[in-house]
Design a protein around this ligand. Sequence first.
Ligand SMILES: [Zn+2]
Length: 245
Amino acid sequence: MFAFQHQTGRVDLAFTDRHDGVSGGAWSSLNLGTSNGDDPDRVAANLGSAADAFGVAAARVVRMSQFHGRDVAVVDTATADAPVPVADALVTADPGIALLVRVADCTPVVLADADAGVVGVVHAGRPGMAIDVAGAAVEQMRSLGATSIDAWLGPRACGACYEVPAAMRDEVAAVEPASWSTTSWGTPALDVAAGVRAQLERRDVRVTDLADTTSMCTIEDDRYFSYRRQGQRSGRLGALVRVRP
Ligand SMILES: [Zn+2]
C-alpha cells in the first residue's frame, strides 16, 4: 500500500506503491489514476482503500486534474464537494481534508509546515520542474502562513533512467542546471527530482529525498507504476498529506 509513511507534528503523509488494490493488468493493482482506461469502479475502490489506510474518508481527499502547468489551487473543506480543480499543486491549511497528487514517473512532492498546519502536494514532471511549479506551491503556502517548510520527494524516474533527446536536456538544464544528467548507458538524460530539490532548497525548504535511502526509481523498480516502462495505460501512484484535526 504505502512505500513510505510518516508523521511530523500534526501532519501525516504517505506515498503509495502499486500493491493492495483491485485493478488488473497494467493497472495491477493499486491504480489511483482515472485517465488511463481503468475501470472507474475499481479506481474508486483503490482510492477508498488508500484513504482508509491513511485514516481519512475518501470523500475528504481532494484531487486535481493535472496538466503540467504552474497553477496552484488553494483548497478547503468546501472544495472537497466542488469539481476537481485543474492544477499541478494543491495547498491547504484546512484540517478537514487530505490532498492527493497522482504520478507515474513524474516527481511527487509533499510539502508541510507542521507547526503552521499548512500542507501541499505537487506534480513535478519535466515541464513542471522547468517552470518551477514546486516554487509556486511554496510561495502559496507562505501566503497561508507557512514559515518553515519541509519537503519529501517520492517515487519517480531517476536521472540514470530518464533518457531524453540531447536538445531537450540542453534546454531544460539551461533553466535548472541541477537536472542535467546522463543515463547509466551513457546517453542524455534529465534528473527531474534533482531539479526540484534545487528549486526547493533555493527557497529555504528542507528536502528529504526518499531515494537517498531506498529504491524509488519507477522505471527500475516494479513496486511502482511507470509510464516509460508500462506505457500510456500504466497505473498511477499517489502521495497524500493532511493536517490532523
Ligand atoms: Zn532509474
